[in-house]
Ligand binder design. Sequence first.
Ligand SMILES: [Zn+2]
Ligand SMILES: [Zn+2]
Length: 146
Amino acid sequence: MENNNYREIFIKNNIKTTKQREIVFDILMNSNVPLSAKEIFIKLVKKGNNMSLSTIYRILDVFVSKGLVVKSNISKNNKAVYEVKGMEHKHHLVCDCCGKILVLDNCPLEGYERSLEEKTMFDITSHKLEFFGICPECKIKIEGNV
Ligand SMILES: [Zn+2]
Ligand SMILES: [Zn+2]
């Protein structure tokens, strides 16, 4: 774990460095999918860390309020998930049933974005795109119940 980097990031974002904040941030930095507070909690328990869920929520709130982390409600049950802001550009595929999130390897919109700029004379600075569906495991469950 390379915590010196985190300290610098925290200072830049006006966040006081604490051990617990570093631990939660490390989990987010090492995840390639957005995580809910509960998923962070479970990862910490597996690592033998017994931080409470309410502590994790408090830390996440600080990160979000300082603009370090982005909170979004991309799953159908409106479960909030958190990811580090400014991580590489990503698109997600979300299961409507279990809320599982896959990250797409590449952006399908790069070429489209350029042609849209040409057509509209906009300078496009960003875009958002999420896909929703039913994952293979949930499909098996649903078909099994018929
Ligand atoms: Zn599913
Ligand atoms: Zn994209």
